[in-house]
Design a protein around this ligand. Structure first.
Ligand SMILES: *[C@@H]1O[C@H](CO)[C@@H](O)[C@H](O)[C@H]1NC(C)=O
Ligand SMILES: *[C@@H]1O[C@H](CO)[C@@H](O)[C@H](O)[C@H]1NC(C)=O
Ligand SMILES: *[C@@H]1O[C@H](CO)[C@@H](O)[C@H](O)[C@H]1NC(C)=O
Ligand SMILES: *[C@@H]1O[C@H](CO)[C@@H](O)[C@H](O)[C@H]1NC(C)=O
Ligand SMILES: *[C@@H]1O[C@H](CO)[C@@H](O)[C@H](O)[C@H]1NC(C)=O
Ligand SMILES: *[C@@H]1O[C@H](CO)[C@@H](O)[C@H](O)[C@H]1NC(C)=O
Ligand SMILES: *[C@@H]1O[C@H](CO)[C@@H](O)[C@H](O)[C@H]1NC(C)=O
Ligand SMILES: *[C@@H]1O[C@H](CO)[C@@H](O)[C@H](O)[C@H]1NC(C)=O
Ligand SMILES: *[C@@H]1O[C@H](CO)[C@@H](O)[C@H](O)[C@H]1NC(C)=O
Length: 404
């Protein structure tokens, strides 16, 4: 029904533009009685900063915390409770000074309402109370100092009763890179796992309980068995792409960890991967000839819905190459998850914005733009993600030879 009314509307609009065909079945009653289906992006300006990095919602509140690394500022953003639209923000300096490099932000489940932050240049993790009001400064409840030879906590996560951080900077003592893990209740109980250059995302595969870590520059995924302490490197085959960055844990039909390949200076390969209970890596490649094949996929989020089944949000970025578009891409899968079924593309409003992270809220999707200090919000009206028709409805990709 939705499809048919939309189709007749689309046909009527298309024909209305061509007077020669104006006698075709144009029914103004029908048009007037239909609600317009729309999809829109809005950019919200944040404080001017070179690097707008991570962001996360404070669970069960209308606040989003966003980190600006280049000046070590934490931006607290208040969302409208009904529309999820950003309404106002307040900036708070974090760390000793503007060189402290605030980067990671992640909600704690062990301490509900509290958030983990990382100060990369101070070699510290913080547990903070973000404060009830927009203008209430965050309170530091606990500081975890990263032990030597670890250096430079970048992204921070909480998995079960442990806090994890990828240490992005080469150790001053050993020249090596490490993944840090500590008991949330007793950080003396900690471990440094030696890894490759450089650890970014850290996630648990739900069935096996193994921890997987993306390492960007050396293009490999490290597997950690926390019980035995054993680690194993799983290099990304160069034939599929390189630079493993974004990773999520997924459940149900998508069970496992999913990760993205951001590409290199030449561009991306539109490829992302999955590791399930068996520990095998499998890869999926986007098909869209313009926006998909060069996509440098930096980040990823679950886009599944009850109505539409398993799906992912993928974020292509110009961060590593201007050959890759800044775009948000939604993919769905065939019924046995063996291949991509559909790709929906949303080009970002500002190209070369170096989009960085994607975060689905309840009804909208937020994307951070690293280079243009903006937060973009995607919103559908009278439809939902996965039902957007144009790309699917028109299959003839003929390029015309005349412009007129
Ligand atoms: C136009 O559409 C309305 C609502 O669907 C319908 O009741 C009406 O008969 C249509 N009119 C014509 C001229 O087709
Ligand atoms: C969304 O659709 C509703 C119903 O058609 C309409 O009243 C509203 O103005 C639309 N909102 C936007 C932002 O387009
Ligand atoms: C911040 O503090 C560090 C260490 O105390 C110092 O090296 C650095 O110069 C300071 N940066 C600024 C911008 O004050
Ligand atoms: C801030 O929050 C407290 C409750 O935590 C409330 O009493 C106070 O009125 C709030 N202030 C503002 C300015 O909203
Ligand atoms: C904290 O962890 C350390 C190192 O594993 C251990 O020796 C100590 O007993 C623990 N403290 C508590 C209170 O459990
Ligand atoms: C992890 O190591 C423990 C102890 O050696 C072993 O019993 C377990 O099977 C390992 N887990 C996986 C998923 O391989
Ligand atoms: C980028 O990666 C592609 C494919 O993996 C490879 O062919 C190319 O040589 C790499 N380019 C650079 C500049 O490293
Ligand atoms: C998945 O389904 C496709 C057909 O839709 C079939 O060709 C393929 O063998 C199936 N793969 C698995 C692992 O079952
Ligand atoms: C695609 O569109 C072009 C231009 O309208 C037309 O010439 C061509 O026959 C169409 N191809 C198919 C397969 O429908």
């Amino acid at each position: 029904m939705m499809f048919n009314t939309f189709k007749s509307l689309a046909i009527a609009l298309a024909l209305g533009a061509n007077m020669a065909l104006a006698r075709a079945p144009f029914n103004s009653t029908q048009i007037a009685s239909n609600s317009l289906v729309s999809r829109r992006l809005t950019e919200y300006l944040m404080p001017v900063a070179l690097e707008t990095h991570e962001f996360a919602r404070v669970p069960n509140t209308n606040f989003v915390l966003l980190t600006q690394m280049s000046d070590s500022e934490l931006i607290k953003i208040e969302l409208d409770a009904a529309t999820e639209e950003p309404m106002a923000y307040h900036a708070f300096p974090m760390g000793k000074n503007s060189s402290s490099q605030l980067h990671g932000v992640w909600p704690s489940t062990r301490y509900p309402g509290k958030m983990w932050l990382s100060l990369q240049a101070e070699n510290k993790l913080l547990l903070v109370d973000p404060g009830k009001n927009l203008t209430t400064p965050p309170t530091v409840l606990r500081t975890i100092n990263i032990p030597a030879p670890g250096n430079g906590p970048h992204c921070v996560f909480e998995i079960g009763n442990r806090v994890w951080a990828g240490l992005k900077v080469a150790s001053e003592e050993t020249g090596k890179y490490y993944v840090f893990s500590a008991n949330v209740a007793n950080s003396t109980d900690h471990t440094l796992y030696e890894c490759l250059n450089s650890p970014v995302f850290i996630k648990e595969e739900p069935t096996s309980g193994l921890i997987y870590v993306t390492q960007d520059t050396d293009s490999s995924i490290m597997r950690i068995n926390v019980t035995s302490g054993e680690t194993k490197q799983m290099p990304i085959p160069p034939s599929v792409g390189n630079n493993a960055v974004g990773m999520i844990s997924a459940y149900g039909d998508m069970s496992g960890v999913w990760f993205t390949l951001a590409g290199n200076a030449t561009g991306g390969s539109g490829t992302f991967g999955h590791i399930g209970a068996t520990g095998e890596m499998e890869f999926f490649t986007l098909k869209h000839p313009l926006l998909g094949v060069n996509a440098g996929l930096l980040h990823i989020a679950d886009a599944s819905t009850v109505a539409d089944g398993p799906a992912l949000w993928l974020l292509s970025t110009s961060l590593l190459s201007t050959n890759s578009p800044d775009a948000l891409i939604r993919v769905t899968f065939s019924s046995n998850m063996s291949s991509i079924a559909n790709e929906e593309y949303i080009s970002m409003l500002t190209q070369n914005a170096m989009v960085h992270r994607v975060l689905p809220l309840d009804n909208t999707v937020l994307v951070s733009e690293l280079h243009t200090f903006t937060l973009a919000q995607l919103k559908y009206n009278n439809t939902v993600a996965g039902q957007w028709l144009p790309a699917e409805a028109v299959t003839n990709n003929t390029v015309y030879t005349q412009a007129g």
